[in-house]
Design a protein around this ligand. Structure first.
Ligand SMILES: [Zn+2]
Length: 234
């Protein structure tokens, strides 16, 4: 992982710190300070050997779905990996008396309690690609760095699309109370919410993104290579 710096400012191996999956501690005890939430990564890797990459994000597009009770659902074809439901992790259920209540996953027990929500099958691919974290953000896992990056990007885009769909739907179908016509009151139940991907569509769309994902991936690489913000000294 990057040391205690923004990941986008990593310029070479010198900015990286190697941590042990077993306990989340640096392999080199003289290593510079690391991220306090590294246990998110170590506990997912520990529980699911098939996982090769973990991304944790504080995306403000996604956070509303962690606090509002509105479930994040697969809203478009590039987010089929969200399946038919995304778990929400409420860290308040897992704090121990000595833990800080700052919502950060600061230790092994908190990391383990988050990792469990990805699915219960040990030594296998997790059931869920993404888990939302109440008032904090979300985490995705993948079988490769590319897979995890795609899931992180499209989880955020899915949240933006779903929010726009909910607002558009509400503006169109929900007349203020008192101004509702009989037509409004007799509204078709199918119009009561946007139409999301079915379970079958989500599964097939997940397969589709496996063979089509190389195109956006190469575009994102080119964007990184062409922006002066990102420096590669390796
Ligand atoms: Zn965080």
């Amino acid at each position: 992982m990057s040391s205690f710096i923004a990941p986008a400012t990593v310029t070479s191996e010198r900015d990286l710190v190697e941590f042990s999956v077993a306990d989340g501690e640096p392999v080199d005890p003289r290593a510079p300070k690391g991220y306090s939430e590294r246990y998110i990564h170590s506990e997912i890797f520990k529980r699911y050997p098939a996982v090769q990459a973990v991304i944790h994000s504080h995306s403000d597009a996604v956070v509303p779905y962690s606090i509002s009770g509105v479930p994040l659902q697969a809203a478009f074809h590039m987010a089929g990996f969200l399946g038919d439901g995304v778990p929400v992790y409420d860290i308040a259920k897992f704090y121990r008396p000595q833990d800080k209540r700052d919502l950060l996953v600061r230790n092994i027990p908190l990391g383990e309690s988050l990792a469990v929500l990805f699915g219960s099958r040990l030594d296998a691919e997790p059931e869920h690609a993404a888990v939302l974290m109440r008032g904090h953000g979300f985490t995705v896992q993948g079988s490769s760095i590319m897979d995890a990056v795609m899931r992180a990007v499209y989880t955020q885009q899915n949240a933006l699309i779903q929010t726009t769909a909910l607002l558009t739907h509400s503006a169109h179908f929900r007349a203020p109370l008192g101004e509702q016509s009989q037509d409004d009151q007799d509204m078709d139940p199918e119009s009561s919410e946007p139409t999301y991907l079915t379970k079958e569509e989500a599964a097939d769309a997940t397969e589709m993104t496996l063979w089509s994902g190389g195109r956006p991936w190469r575009l994102w690489l080119r964007e990184v290579e062409s922006q002066s913000l990102y420096v590669n000294m390796a």
